[in-house]
Ligand binder design. Sequence first.
Ligand SMILES: CC(C)(COP(=O)(O)OP(=O)(O)OC[C@H]1O[C@@H](n2cnc3c(N)ncnc32)[C@H](O)[C@@H]1OP(=O)(O)O)[C@@H](O)C(=O)NCCC(=O)NCCS
Length: 231
Amino acid sequence: MSAPLLVLVSAADLPADPGWLHPAAAARVLALRTERRRRDHLLGRYAAARLLCLHLGLPVSSAPRLDVRPAADGAPEPWLDGRPLALSLSISHRDGHAAAALAPAALAPAAAGVGLGVGVDLERIEPRSEAFLDQWLWPDEAAAVRASPDPALRANLLWSAREAALKVLRTGLRLDPRAVRLELPGPGPLAPEGSLRWWVEGLPPRPAGWQRHGDLLLTWARGAEVPPPGC
Ligand SMILES: CC(C)(COP(=O)(O)OP(=O)(O)OC[C@H]1O[C@@H](n2cnc3c(N)ncnc32)[C@H](O)[C@@H]1OP(=O)(O)O)[C@@H](O)C(=O)NCCC(=O)NCCS
């Protein structure tokens, strides 16, 4: 299984005319409490619209037909012309950028259940404190970060890959991030792009990966293969 479809956009890409946004989505943006939240949410929706149009072969002018609704757990679910799409969508925003990832889902997303989809996360590659390493990483991971030639990159990778996996599981931080186990990348400098595997106890390992974009790190994680029809 390979990387999902991915897109990364910046605030500078956002069209001046907000007409691309589904009217219900526009109302949801306005209802958000802070300006920062409205900006992030809007940019995430724009990344999602770009990716969905690309995947569905729709012109960008069709974007208002697409809605991305928040499920009860907060996960984004894509709809077209008032019907849910059998696609798993994930969104992340950070510092004026947003990423979206898309993968097939055999069932309507609301019914697809956990562990079938895709997760994406964006982090700024910045140094993480000793307290952070001790609190959020396993001791062998923290030791690998401290011994590595690129500790900031590696610490953020281990954190970000977990956040992406927690989105596949649809728990977010309701689940202790360390419940997600990661295959540690080798000790040398990390390549700008790579892959690893993640799992939680009782489930088989699943693919994940990263891409470095300047100071930003984009990670993705995938869940189980789409089950055959009838499952
Ligand atoms: C999912 C979560 C880990 C992402 O947090 P983050 O790294 O700060 O933010 P990101 O920008 O990477 O991701 C935010 C996006 O994740 C998505 N998301 C939210 N909850 C999700 C869930 N349960 N499953 C999958 N995706 C989820 C949303 O698309 C959200 O953006 P949007 O609200 O604008 O649509 C975090 O929001 C979370 O844990 N949420 C669930 C529990 C919760 O609400 N806790 C309160 C704080 S502990």
